[in-house]
Write a protein that binds this ligand. Structure first.
Ligand code: SF4
Ligand code: SF4
Length: 176
């Protein structure tokens, strides 16, 4: 150690220089919740279960999202579509119960990747804080998007060009 290192004085001055330098820089904190930061279009927040253009639920309760989920956060109960329910459910099978435990979810997006029906997407919306654990179990009431076309959740920016091309390919039954 040199003499200057042993007395620590230059190191203290250098530390103070850095601290005072930060006083005059632009602040990076925001006054949440009064001020909200804009999230990225591909932010992974609360899920949405999508409807198709005719307002029918896209989910066919195949269970692939639940299998792909590393946190075992997704559970569902499948049911068969009855005659007369074609305007409600796109496929012959649908989820009569679909739940995501938001306390288990790690927002990895694997469910979104695994879904063959483009039925589940993550959104920019954050999961609200609650006092009771049970309120973090989101069912279809919280997850399925509104049927009113004006209130649908836009997920177009989350989709890659490959996904959009896949969506337009009439070779696949679900695009017809
Ligand atoms: S985002 Fe990840 S952890 Fe959350 S439900 Fe989907 S697959 Fe499971
Ligand atoms: S959200 Fe997609 S992957 Fe999950 S059950 Fe429904 S159709 Fe299958």
């Amino acid at each position: 150690m040199t003499f200057w290192e042993r007395i620590y004085f230059p190191a203290i001055l250098n530390g103070m220089r850095i601290t005072f330098g930060h006083l005059f820089r632009r602040k990076t904190t925001v006054q949440y919740p009064e001020v909200k930061r804009e999230f990225s279009d591909i932010y992974r927040g609360k899920h949405v279960l999508k409807r198709d253009d005719e307002g029918r639920e896209r989910c066919t309760a195949c269970g692939l999202c639940a299998v792909a989920c590393p946190a075992e956060a997704i559970t569902m109960v499948a049911a068969e579509r009855k005659p007369g329910e074609e305007h409600l459910y796109r496929e012959e099978k649908y989820a009569t119960v679909y739940e995501i435990n938001m306390l288990r979810c790690i927002f990895c997006g694997d469910c979104e990747e695994a879904c063959p029906k483009e039925a589940i997407f993550l959104t920019k919306e954050i999961v609200k804080s609650e006092y009771e654990r049970g309120k973090f179990i989101y069912g279809k009431a919280e997850l399925v998007e509104p049927s009113d076309p004006a209130r649908r959740i836009d997920i177009s920016k989350r989709q890659t060009p490959e996904v959009l091309a896949f969506k337009k390919n009439k070779k696949f039954k679900h695009n017809k």
